[in-house]
Design a protein around this ligand. Structure first.
Ligand code: ATP
Ligand code: MG
Length: 257
C-alpha cells in the first residue's frame, strides 16, 4: 500500500556555521500532492530541498520518506534516488561538458558483467527518453550532443525526463523556469500536471507566482528559514496569495522575536 505521505520533516534545523538557514521546519507532502514552495530570496527554500535530497545533512530534526524514518548518517544523494526522490536544481543539474546520454545515468550506470558500463544500452534508453518522454525531435540534438549546446528549457527537459524515466515518487523542481521562453515554461508546467496525473508528488519552487498557483494543490510559504504559511489552493485566490507574499517581502509581517 502506498504511504500517505511522500515526505515528512519534523523540526528540521540547518545551520551553516552560525547562520541558521532552517528553523523548526515541519512539513508533510502527500504522496500525490503538488506543493508550491514560495518565499523571498534567501528564505531557505533551496536549503530545505538540499536537506531533503541528501546534499546537506540537517543539524537536527527527523525526516520520513514514504513513512520510513531516514537515518541522517546514512542519507545521501544516492540514497535519496533509491527512495525515489529526484531533483532538478536551480543551479546546474547537468554536467555541462558531458554528452547527453551520460547525463541520464549519472550515479546509476547500467552495467555489464565485470562492471563495465553498457554504453549501447544506455544510449538506447537515453534515446527512448528523449523521443517519448521529453519529445525532443530534430533540431540536430542527439544523445551524443553536449549539454552546453542545449537551451535552458531543453536542459530542464532532460533533467525532468530523467526523473520521469526513473519513476520518481517525489520530484523537486527548484526554479525550473528561470530564463525560459514562454513556450518552454509551458512545457515545464505541463510536465508538473503530468506528475499529478501520474499519481506522484512534486515540490515546485518558483518566484513566478502565477506558475506556482496554476500547478500546486497547496502553498508553503517560507520566510527567513521558517515556515510561515501553509495554504490550500481552494482557500485562496492568486491575487490574495500574491498580496500575502508581498506583505512578507516588504517586511510588513515582521514577527516579534
Ligand atoms: N552552503 C551554504 N553555506 C552558507 N550559507 C548558506 C549556504 N546555502 C545557503 N546558505 C544561506 O542560507 C539562507 C537560505 O538560502 P537558500 O538558498 O535556501 O534560499 P532560497 O529560499 O532558495 O533563495 P532563492 O529564492 O534566492 O533561491 C541564505 O541566507 C543563504 O545565504
Ligand atoms: Mg533557491
Amino acid at each position: 500500500m502506498a504511504a500517505e505521505y511522500a515526505l515528512q520533516m519534523v523540526n528540521i534545523e540547518k545551520y551553516f556555521g552560525r547562520v541558521c538557514a532552517l528553523r523548526n521546519v515541519n512539513i508533510a507532502i502527500g504522496s500525490n500532492e503538488i506543493v508550491g514552495l514560495i518565499g523571498d530570496n534567501g528564505a531557505g527554500k533551496s536549503t530545505m530541498v538540499k536537506v531533503l535530497t541528501g546534499v546537506h545533512r540537517p543539524t537536527s530534526g527527523d525526516m520520513y520518506i514514504a513513512g520510513r524514518k531516514v537515518d541522517p548518517r546514512r542519507y545521501s544523494v544516492k540514497r535519496a534516488h533509491e527512495y525515489g526522490i529526484e531533483t532538478v536544481y536551480q543551479d546546474k543539474s547537468l554536467g555541462e561538458k558531458q554528452v547527453l546520454w551520460r547525463n541520464f545515468f549519472i550515479g546509476r550506470q547500467v552495467t555489464l558483467p565485470f562492471g563495465f558500463i553498457n554504453v549501447k544500452k544506455e544510449k538506447e534508453i537515453a534515446q527512448e527518453i528523449m523521443l517519448n518522454t521529453i519529445g525532443f525531435r530534430g533540431r540536430g540534438i542527439t544523445v551524443d550532443s553536449k549539454v552546453s549546446k542545449l537551451s535552458g528549457g531543453e536542459r530542464q527537459g532532460v533533467a525532468i525526463g530523467r526523473a520521469m524515466h526513473f519513476e520518481a515518487e517525489l520530484i523537486v523542481l527548484d526554479e525550473p523556469t528561470v530564463a525560459l521562453s514562454l513556450k518552454e515554461v509551458r512545457k515545464v508546467l505541463d510536465f508538473v500536471h503530468q506528475i499529478k496525473v501520474g499519481g506522484k508528488a512534486c515540490i515546485y519552487i518558483s518566484h513566478t507566482i502565477t506558475d506556482v498557483y496554476e500547478v500546486a494543490d497547496r502553498f508553503i510559504v517560507m520566510d527567513r528559514g521558517e515556515i510561515v504559511g501553509d495554504i490550500r489552493k481552494e482557500d485562496t485566490s492568486l491575487q490574495e496569495l500574491d498580496q500575502y507574499l508581498l506583505s512578507y517581502s516588504h517586511g510588513l509581517r515582521d514577527r516579534a522575536e
